[in-house]
Write a protein that binds this ligand. Structure first.
Ligand code: FMN
Length: 191
C-alpha cells in the first residue's frame, strides 16, 4: 500500500503539515511526497508551458510531477491550504500539467482512493458567486482526483477551517477524522 501526498502549503510546520503528520503517524503504508511549492529542499512543480512536446514524447519538464504519472500508488492524498478561496498558485501549476494527458492521449490505469485535507484561516462560509469558500478548492482538487483515476468519497474530505483562531493542531474533530481515515485505509488495504 502506497500513498502519494501532493502537498500544497509553503509552510513545513503549518496547519496542513500538522494534519499530514497525523496521517503519517497512523498510516502503515509507504509514503512519498510531491511538493507543489518550491523550497530549500526541492524545486516544486513548474507550470505547463504549452510546448506540446508531449504529443510525441514525455513531458520535457523534469520535476516531481513524474511521481504522479508513475502510477505506482494506491492512495492519492491532496493536502493544501485555501488561498483566496482557491488552491494556492503552485497547486494550479500541478493542475496545468495534466495537459500532458490531453496531448498524449495517455491515462492512469491504476484505481486509487482519494483523500483531501484542506486548511483555511477563515470560516469557510463566504459566498463566491454562489459557491462557498471551500467548494472552489474542493472542485479544483477533484479535477486532480479525476485525472489520476482516484475516487474521492465524502467521508475522505477533511476541512480544518478557522485556523486563524483554532490552529489545525488543536482542531480535534479534523485531527480525529484524519486519524480514522488513515486507520480505515490500513484495514481496507489489508495492512
Ligand atoms: C495568500 C493567502 C490567501 C488566503 N486566503 C484564504 C481564503 O480565501 N480563505 C481562508 O479560509 N483562508 C485563507 N488563507 C489562510 C490560510 O488558508 C490558512 O492560514 C491556512 O491554515 C494555512 O495553512 P498552512 O499553515 O498549511 O499553510 C489565506 C492565506 C494566504 C497566505
Amino acid at each position: 500500500m502506497k500513498a502519494l501526498i501532493i502537498f500544497g502549503s509553503p509552510r513545513k510546520n503549518g496547519d496542513t503539515a500538522n494534519l499530514v503528520k497525523t496521517f503519517l503517524d497512523n498510516f502503515d503504508g509507504e509514503v512519498d511526497f510531491v511538493y507543489a511549492f518550491k523550497n530549500a529542499d526541492n524545486g516544486g512543480i513548474s507550470p505547463c508551458i504549452n510546448c506540446i512536446a508531449c504529443k510525441k514524447s514525455d513531458c520535457i519538464i523534469k520535476d516531481d510531477f513524474s511521481k504522479i504519472l508513475k502510477d505506482d500508488y494506491d492512495i492519492l492524498l491532496i493536502a493544501s491550504p485555501i488561498y483566496m478561496s482557491n488552491l494556492p498558485g503552485p497547486m494550479l501549476n500541478v493542475i496545468s500539467r495534466f495537459n500532458y494527458f490531453f496531448h498524449s492521449g495517455k491515462k492512469l490505469a491504476r484505481q486509487k482512493t482519494g483523500v483531501l485535507i484542506l486548511a483555511g484561516g477563515g470560516h469557510g462560509a463566504k459566498r463566491i458567486q454562489g459557491n462557498s469558500n471551500e467548494d472552489l478548492a474542493i472542485r479544483q482538487a477533484s479535477f486532480i482526483f479525476a485525472k489520476t483515476n482516484s475516487t474521492l468519497n465524502e467521508e475522505n474530505i477533511v476541512l480544518s477551517l478557522n485556523t486563524d483562531k483554532l490552529p489545525a493542531k488543536d482542531d480535534f474533530v479534523a485531527q480525529e477524522k484524519v486519524k480514522q481515515i488513515a486507520q480505515k485505509l490500513n484495514n481496507s488495504y489489508g495492512i
